[in-house]
Design a protein around this ligand. Structure first.
Ligand SMILES: NC(=O)c1ccc[n+]([C@@H]2O[C@H](COP(=O)([O-])OP(=O)(O)OC[C@H]3O[C@@H](n4cnc5c(N)ncnc54)[C@H](OP(=O)(O)O)[C@@H]3O)[C@@H](O)[C@H]2O)c1
Length: 346
């Protein structure tokens, strides 16, 4: 009985994530980001690109973290050019560049982070957005992980931890992680091993691990004097018609095509989840009131459905499970060997 209740509840919460309310500047006015530095992953396409364009409009310096894309996708050079043109048209003399970052390859994540740290710039906002929908069950990255596990989850954890000291400098930073309403339909297992015939769906499961990990991260940041001002939130952009659906369109058949054409929102609307969490006072840092679930809507570690604070799947509120996710993730990324958690004091 309880499992039926949970199933139905998860289904309803998942469906809520497909809210199609049209949002305008009234709801997401943006902010003056002149002089701020933003890193956004997966920004040559889809909602990441649209978010980068908004950040450019608002005057931010932006690093687009992108891989060399498949030839049918927009190249990061074209995306960067468009962002620069937008910034220029709005009278900003920002720095907007793309740097190579393949989330399927930890070496490039490390190189990207080192390159950033070497600039000495404080980081104001990190948007962990890159993602893929599917990969064959037996596919492996060169680091030995299922691509969805590494691209959508592990690499973002590594990038975030490497960039934390930069986020803590000068102004307290924000971290916005693109999770998904699909996390409600994810299944948890202590090995975080969803591709392994566990009736798991790697996409949904990794979005669940991600939402759990980021909530645990927020809690740990709050205990650390240098990091307690950093806010990390997970956002669901909505059901967005973007290239992420291309590999699954055929198997989804006509019903998916119908939903994409008539129900899904466009990437610009989807991007507002990122830009709102990145700029709104509502989801910003406030050391005085910060703490998971603070009553005034601040505090981080939240799941934001488009621009609205929403309930995450129950696993996210389970301290024991979150702690398991934290430990297992650290193991997979060999964080002790790297000394990373010790250095960060987390
Ligand atoms: N669309 C939806 O309905 C929906 C719903 C909930 C959550 N989301 C999440 O939103 C995020 C953005 O997705 P989207 O809908 O905007 O899809 P998208 O248009 O396919 O964008 C995904 C971005 O991630 C990049 N990416 C993929 N693999 C990468 C890798 N190995 N290294 C670096 N970058 C990589 C893509 O680059 P390439 O151009 O090189 O492929 C692209 O820039 C994802 O995390 C997705 O899970 C989407």
């Amino acid at each position: 009985m309880a499992s039926l209740f949970y199933f139905l509840n998860d289904l309803v919460q998942g469906i809520r994530g497909t809210n199609t309310t049209f949002l305008t500047d009234k709801e997401v006015p943006g902010a003056d980001l002149t002089g701020k530095w933003i890193i956004i992953t997966g920004a040559n396409n889809g909602i990441g690109f649209e978010a980068a364009k908004s950040f450019a409009t608002w005057g931010a310096n932006i690093i687009l973290g992108c891989r060399e894309p498949p030839e049918w996708e927009q190249h990061p050079t074209a995306a960067t050019k468009e962002c620069n043109e937008i910034a220029h048209a709005h009278g900003h003399s920002s720095t907007i560049e793309w740097w190579p970052l393949d989330m399927a390859d930890f070496e490039t994540v490390e190189a990207f982070a080192q390159r950033w740290i070497a600039t000495g710039n404080p980081l104001d906002i990190l948007c962990n957005n890159a993602g893929i929908a599917v990969a064959p069950p037996d596919a492996k990255t060169k680091d030995g992980f299922h691509p969805v596990h590494q691209i959508n989850y592990l690499s973002h954890v590594l990038l975030t931890l490497r960039l934390l000291p930069s986020l803590a400098e000068q102004t307290p930073g924000r971290i916005v992680c693109t999770t998904s309403c699909y996390h409600h339909l994810g299944t948890y297992n202590a090995d975080l091993n969803s591709s392994a015939n566990l009736s798991g769906n790697p996409y949904r499961d990794n979005k669940l691990f991600y939402q759990m990990w980021l909530t645990e991260l927020q809690l740990r940041l709050l205990r650390h004097p240098s990091y307690m001002g950093i806010t990390v939130n997970g956002v669901n952009p909505g059901f967005v018609y973007s290239s992420i659906w291309t590999p699954v369109k055929e198997e989804g058949g006509r019903s998916l095509q119908f939903l994409l054409s008539y129900v899904a929102i466009n990437p610009q609307q989807g991007s507002l989840a990122i830009t709102y969490a990145a700029t709104s006072p509502e989801f910003g840092p406030d050391p005085k009131t910060q703490g998971i679930g603070a009553p005034n809507g601040r505090g981080g570690g939240r799941y934001i459905n488009r621009i609205w604070d929403a309930a995450p799947k129950r696993h996210v509120n389970d301290a024991e499970l979150r702690s398991q996710v934290w430990i297992k993730t650290a193991e997979k990324l060999k964080l002790s060997e790297k000394g990373l958690l010790d250095v960060l004091g987390l």
